[in-house]
Design a protein. Sequence first.
Length: 588
Amino acid sequence: MSEKGLSINISKRLGEMLVSSGLITAAQLGEALEMQRSSGGKLGQLLIHKKFIDERKLLEFLSRQFGIEFVDLRSRDIHVEILRIIPENIARRYNLIAVEKADGKLKVAMEDPLNIVILDDLKMMTGYDIKPVFGADSDIMEAIDKHYGVKTSKEALDDILKKTDGTTEVSVVEEDSSKGGGDELISLEEKGEAAPIVKMVNLIISSAIKAHASDIHIEPSYKETKVRFRIDGVLHSQPSPPKKFHNAIISRLKIMSTLDISERRLPQDGRTKLKIDNHEIDLRVSILPCGPGEKVVMRILDSSGLKLRLEDLGMEPENLAIFAKCLKAPHGINLITGPTGSGKSTTLYSALATLNEPDVNIVTIEDPIEYNLEGINQVMVNAEVGLTFASGLRSFLRQDPDVIMVGEIRDFETMSTAINAAMTGHLVFSTLHTNDAPGAITRIGMMGIEPFLTSSTLLMVVAQRLVRGICKNCKENYEVKPELLVSLGVSKAVLDNHVKNGKITLARGSGCDVCAKTGYKGRMGIHEILEINDEIRRLIIEKAHVSQVKDAGIKNGMITLRESALRKLFIGATTVEEVIRVTGSGVD
């Protein structure tokens, strides 16, 4: 069984039934129950872990008890058309696989056929009624690998070396071996492995860039090295080199990023600039020591793909009007909120590009500078010499700026200095980490800022996420019943506007070579903009609960993240799966 284990909660009563059926002994049940009391965990998982019962025998027993079919996947072939109904990332996330389709129902092998939440999500994603069946956890994982196509390490290495045909030239623009990289490279050359390692690293990076990935993950496990690309916000497994090359690959990346190759106990951060087919790319490299070895995550920064027009942000017309209005304010604070990778930097840079005129002095302090913008004075945080967001912001006030951008507000000092800048006639932009726009008010209060200061300086809060867009090359329409969308929080009035002949038409991608069989290509923003009007200011001063602020925002026309995502769903720009993944499946 996987680490997730059997998620069905086998009760003591079922355990006693296993004893009476002769599948386990009373002593084995007692030992498993004692382990459960002392360390937690599911009883079924513990019985299998202790090898008191075979996984398939347990599932066959549960199949009889619950009246749910058990499917043996070991010798079963699944048609490619069935596989396309559930994307690979969903199959791997929930450890399930579609096996058959008949009479409008989709039979899905699952480790937990009683998980109603997953069943409801699958029904909305696929448009089919779901018939869940038991499948052995290990069999499901093997079936996913077999049918979605995963290569062995040796096949992957051969594939990597075959693909390196010299057509893609990768070179480090600035490389410094002063931290010991030279000795390591010499040792690799003496082993005759330097050239293949360099080729492998070059191909991994160039393949990620060609796939428009935002991040590259190279992760160690005790048996293999895993390579994954984050494409359109979702991680995708790639052909992986054998485990024995892991340390050499890490060393090569450290050399490229001028990091200390001899240090394998502490995290390291670096960056490098690469030239790939005469196109320059910045890589931010983060190395983290893990149990089986060092893990590397590389963030790809390609300024050529940066969109700086406000119209390209994907905002609804109402949101775009508020955003543009607050950009024209003479002073105040505009905040962008959202998790890492939600496009906050792009929104900030778009705002600055809009304001970037010869008669406007714009200064930024960032950690790090992701993209260089002509005509804007950009400063990078350097904590080692005392240059923090707060200290840099204080210095900016003596530089006669009109517009100030602070990469992130993390503490009272930075927030207090930003408020002071806004109160002295500056337009300030920054980011916070909150789940939604009204939550920023609470976050600022938790920093210790007085409500009257917040209410008098804050102009708007923008919460945003990114959803994947449907591949235009393989886009297809399908129909669902309106009631399937109720759990997404869609009101009856909204549903009625989209119902035709008792059905609602949605879209999805069937998967093609253009989108690497995912059905998605590119991402777009969904936004929630809370404009600070007189009513919101009053609630801030009264220290109202965040739900009251949200209700007031909605009453005044605020579009929530969920509503923004649903608008894109109904125009056929994204899918139900994406709405659920990004905004959740429960009703607000």
